[in-house]
Design a protein. Structure first.
Length: 117
């Protein structure tokens, strides 16, 4: 199983930007999807965005045109560029990977993103 480590979270004012990173380590692997999920206090974890091995991406409606997912050329680091952040984006953001099937089976520990004035 791969290990996923997120970084880049923090406190930002509304309208600001943050870039999250997710580094995969362990055995060399090929994945079906790598994605980002988030969980706000008192709410269930929700899908944010995902990218396929070939580079296709999908987004939740709430983040379209504001968030962008990308990956490095070696396919072992995924990024989440978040622009025009809103207070409702406040959550713990989790990186995930679907490595053995198109179902997420590896998760990071999460990184806190707080959007507040």
């Amino acid at each position: 199983q791969v290990q996923l480590v997120e970084s880049g979270g923090g406190l930002v004012h509304p309208g600001g930007s943050l870039r999250l990173s997710c580094a995969a380590s362990g055995r060399t692997f090929r994945w079906y999807y790598m994605g980002w999920f988030r969980q706000a206090p008192g709410k269930e974890r929700e899908f944010v965005t995902q990218i396929t091995w070939s580079g296709g991406s999908t987004y939740a409606e709430s983040v379209k045109a504001r968030f962008t997912i990308s990956r490095d050329s070696e396919q072992n680091t995924v990024y989440l560029q978040m622009n025009s952040l809103k207070p409702e984006d406040t959550a713990v953001y989790y990186c995930a990977a679907a490595t053995r099937s198109p179902i997420y089976d590896s998760w990071g520990q999460g990184t806190q993103v707080t959007v507040s004035s």
